[in-house]
Design a binder for this molecule. Structure first.
Ligand code: SF4
Length: 334
């Protein structure tokens, strides 16, 4: 058996996993799962103790997107029967922040479908964020509005946006199998624009989109190179009517190996078990919090999450605590 604990110690000393070691984690026998999780927890605990960050999403604009992302129920090519609506009003967005505060979600994520925000949409988000920040100064506000121009990033920063999410989603090599309406570089450039504006970058992936294990390793390394502070790891919940309909290639044990790999490659970062947690990790969800230190509570963009009471119970049962610390720069990348 691979010495996972020694690997954790090396990671804590600033070493990087070799490709062979990274692959060995993804291909590790199921019998190794507990030693692997134990080692991943050693790294997670070093930086985050037993704290779990809670994030809550609001989908401020649903569907009506001209892009063709194969996993997304909101895209122009999706036939999924989702609710479609234009950008919400400021009051509704602010009311969502109140709901997030009431369940101790430290981060409120303002998400909108589309290639990128038009002026009117950007202004609504800006005004909403100003109002939210005037009421909840310690709440981390994250915006996720698609491809962003540098001047738009600047305006969001001035309004008080702490974090910007734009996922790389998959590896550079696999990207064109998932969407052809924008490029991998478009995505990376948006993360860079957010960083240049002084906004903390959040960027993550969707696992289970018919990629190879090499792609998973590449994604984890790309996010390390991008220095993403927050890394949502989604597990594909293929929605009927989307191009990826019927794709169901993950097991709960494999998801845990992926999360452990992400912790080893991005030891200091906030790693969030994101969309698809309930359907893919199923009864093993609690184990995911040994490598990861963050979850979404409430619903996802177009699919329902489990009730926040059950998540709260899960944390309590694990002996973990909600992380209420306001955002600060994650520890320097090793
Ligand atoms: S992921 Fe975003 S850009 Fe892609 S289709 Fe969905 S809403 Fe549009």
């Amino acid at each position: 058996m691979m010495n996972y604990e020694a690997l954790a110690d090396r990671v804590l000393q600033g070493e990087t996993l070799t490709d062979a070691e990274a692959m060995a984690i993804l291909e590790s026998p199921d019998d190794d799962l507990l030693p692997l999780l134990h080692a991943a927890y050693k790294v997670r605990k070093h930086y985050y103790g037993n704290k779990v960050k809670l994030n809550m999403i609001i989908n401020t604009k649903s569907g009506l997107c001209p892009e063709n992302c194969g996993y997304c129920a909101q895209s122009i090519v999706s036939k999924a029967p989702i609710e479609k609506y234009a950008m919400m009003k400021q009051e509704e967005i602010v009311a969502g922040a109140e709901r997030a505060a009431s369940v101790n979600a430290g981060t409120y994520c303002i998400v909108a479908s589309g290639r990128g925000p038009v002026n009117r949409e950007l202004e609504i988000v800006i005004d909403s964020v100003k109002e939210i920040k005037s009421k909840h100064a310690d709440m981390t506000v994250c915006a996720c509005l698609g491809i962003l121009k540098p001047e738009q990033a600047k305006r969001l920063k001035e309004a008080g946006v702490d974090r910007y999410n734009h996922n790389i989603n998959t590896s550079a090599a696999h990207h064109s199998s998932i969407t052809t309406s924008h490029t991998y570089d478009d995505r990376v450039n948006t993360v860079e624009s957010a960083k240049e504006a002084g906004i903390s970058p959040c960027s993550g992936v969707i696992v289970g989109m018919r990629e190879m294990k090499e792609d998973i390793i590449d994604m984890a390394r790309s996010l390390h190179a991008l220095d993403a502070d927050s890394i949502p790891v989604n597990f594909l919940h293929a929605v009927d009517g989307t191009p990826l309909e019927g794709t169901n290639e993950l097991t709960p044990r494999y998801c845990l190996k992926v999360l452990s790999l992400f912790r080893f490659i991005n030891p200091t970062k906030e790693i969030r078990i994101s969309g698809g947690r309930e359907v893919n990790l199923r009864s093993l969800q609690p184990f995911g919090l040994y490598p990861a230190n963050s979850i979404f509570i409430g619903d996802y963009l177009t699919t329902a999450g489990q009730e926040s009471d059950r998540d709260r119970q899960m944390l309590e049962d694990l002996g973990f605590e909600v992380d209420l610390e306001p955002l600060k720069k994650t520890p320097a990348t090793v």
